[in-house]
Design a protein around this ligand. Sequence first.
Ligand code: G3P
Ligand code: MG
Length: 230
Amino acid sequence: MTVKTLVFGHRGYPAKFPENSLAGFAYALDHGVEGLEFDVHLTKDQVPVIMHDERIDRTSNGTGLINSYTLAELRQFHLAENEPIPTLAEFLTLVGTHDVQLNLEFKTDKIQYPHIERIVMGMVNATPLKHPVIYSSFHLPTLKTCQQFAPDEAYCWLTGKPVVNAAAFVASEHLAGLHLSHYQADVPVAERIWTVDDPALAKQLFQDGVAGIFTDDFVAMTALRDEVMV
Ligand code: G3P
Ligand code: MG
């Protein structure tokens, strides 16, 4: 039996809601989203918050780096549609025991937030979720740090470049797989592709049986997946 490609809402449901917003996540959870991808940084007082960029300029009404603000200071600002900038704790409470696969992306490729690995994973592990979280990062050392104290979790390295000898690399780094911006046939185990919003590309990936895709419109892509993968 073919295992269906899992469709992840990339930053929630940005086709219809502000990206990485509680409103988008809540809608997705209420409408059967199978997976949710979201991005995590730390505030100045080391509180994990969900946002894509290191700076709040693009997606909020404020300016500056996330880690230049305490959580209280950061919360003076808001996303579009007056949505709050979510904390990881709020997000995890929202998810609760929904039947959804989470992919937490450590946004540590530009800023290496001290202790983010232990802070974030401690918070996740204290939350009773239905499925173990998949952890990813473009910054491989972040995943290696996580592995030192939590070797059995699922870690996937994010990269936009082809990986030479992918299977050997995944095995030697003790990864669960790779999250790629392109299809690469020799990637083993947990090949997931971002960001797939083109139906023709999505159809091809479903036919190829990739493990997962990240998309800005999980509703459209889940429907297409169910047409292609019966
Ligand atoms: O995790 C997949 C994708 O989110 C990686 O790129 O920049 O959207 O976080 P980005
Ligand atoms: Mg991301």
